[in-house]
Design a protein around this ligand. Structure first.
Ligand code: MG
Length: 396
């Protein structure tokens, strides 16, 4: 239901004997497995899950009844019992439309059963366009230059691709109008290969809506692999960046701990924990990328139990938070700003330590060092500063 109009989805899945089906044995392409679910089950779910769709009806081949019954989809609710199609797509669609008459939907979306990964945005676009049109075609602009050839061997000319669009489904219609046109067309031919062609034949205006390159039709053997790839990509990862900044003052001592490495020095860094300003900024950078606060949020400096804690604990926690969110660390980049001690000789050990703590490859860890050219608190060797950046991938 959208704007008070009831919407039926008609899924056309009665085709059989495609090249793909023959290549893979007897099972028609609509029932082949696509990333763990039959193609047709995915197609049906795409519409059953759409909140604007009130009724869903599949048109299937008689001999596929057992395959359809075995689909892992909830029957009842908006999914109606399937109807049997005819010898051509046009006949099958008409049978489906006739079966919907008793429900008298306002709008119907007619969709190929073999387009299992139709994005919700395409369905939305068709429904939206039906507010101002009685026939809507989702389509994508043709990208490739299109050549004409009458014999398949030599080029006869070039088409103007700016006026060309590749037709997709669902094609949307005012139900009563497309039903009337289908009934009328039946007397002339049964060869229309899509439903907007019938609208065009009858002189009915057809509005364009945005299609999607992901809305592929499973036709050739490679299409199933391509669809599986698109599905994997659909669980898109977002790339996130986090940064950290830290300073710690020097106090008298005999070593500093930086980047997980103990370096002999005539001072130590003061802090509640082991004062490893290198691991602290990477912890903050990771928590920043997750938008989960900072090191102090999770390990309050006022809490006695963190006194003298190895900073490894904090960084390991942050790396585990990334994994808990289903994400991964892309890379870490640490900059240490200090006059002394000299950091350069320890960079390699620091990278190893950080990679080990985070459970990532050392190639993903960068440690750099610079001085403050004797200026400021770092230059006066009152303390050191660190900066860290983390890049993280998280599921959308
Ligand atoms: Mg700190």
């Amino acid at each position: 239901m959208k704007d008070g109009k009831t919407i039926a989805a008609l899924i056309v899945a009665a085709g059989r004997g495609s090249r793909l089906a023959r290549d893979r044995g007897d099972l028609p392409k609509q029932y082949l497995d696509l990333a763990g679910l039959p193609v047709l089950a995915r197609t049906i779910m795409a519409f059953a899950d759409h909140e604007a769709v009130d009724h869903l009806l599949a048109v299937i081949a008689q001999e596929d009844a057992a395959h359809y019954a075995a689909l892992p989809i909830a029957s009842g609710g908006k999914v109606l019992a399937p109807v049997v199609g005819g010898a051509t797509r046009q006949v099958s669609v008409l049978r489906g439309l006739e079966a919907l008459v008793r429900l008298s939907p306002d709008l119907v979306l007619i969709h190929d059963g073999a387009r299992p990964i139709v994005p919700a945005s395409v369905i939305d676009g068709v429904i939206d366009a039906l507010a101002n049109a009685d026939a809507v075609l989702p389509a994508t602009p043709v990208i490739d230059t299109i050549k004409r050839s009458s014999d398949g061997r030599t080029v006869g000319g070039t088409e103007d691709r700016t006026q060309l669009f590749a037709a997709q489904t669902p094609q949307g219609f005012a139900f009563a109008r497309i039903l009337a046109l289908h009934r009328k067309a039946e007397a002339f031919t049964d060869g229309f290969t899509d439903d907007t062609a019938i609208a065009e034949w009858a002189g009915m205006p057809v509005a364009l809506a945005p299609g999607s390159p992901d809305n592929i039709k499973i036709t050739l053997p490679g299409d199933l692999d391509r669809a599986a790839q698109i599905l994997r990509g659909a669980r898109r990862m977002q790339t996130r960046i986090g940064q950290g900044y830290d300073v710690h003052p020097f106090v008298p001592g005999d070593a500093v701990v930086l980047g997980g490495v103990r370096i002999a020095h005539d001072k130590r860094l003061m802090g509640h924990s082991d004062a490893d300003a290198g691991l602290h900024v990477l912890t903050d950078a990771l928590l920043g990328a997750l938008a989960e606060g900072d090191i102090g949020t999770h390990f309050p400096p006022g809490e006695e139990k963190w006194r003298g804690e190895p900073s490894e604990t904090f960084l390991r926690f942050a790396a585990e938070r990334v994994r808990a969110r289903g994400g991964r660390i892309v890379n870490l980049d640490l900059t240490i700003i200090a006059e002394r001690p000299r950091i350069g000789p320890h960079v390699s050990a620091m990278r190893d330590a950080i990679a080990r703590i985070c459970g990532i490859a050392v190639e993903r860890v960068s440690v750099k060092a610079t001085t403050s050219e004797k200026m400021g608190f770092v230059g006066r060797e009152e303390g050191i500063a660190t900066m860290g950046v983390a890049s993280v991938e998280l599921p959308e």
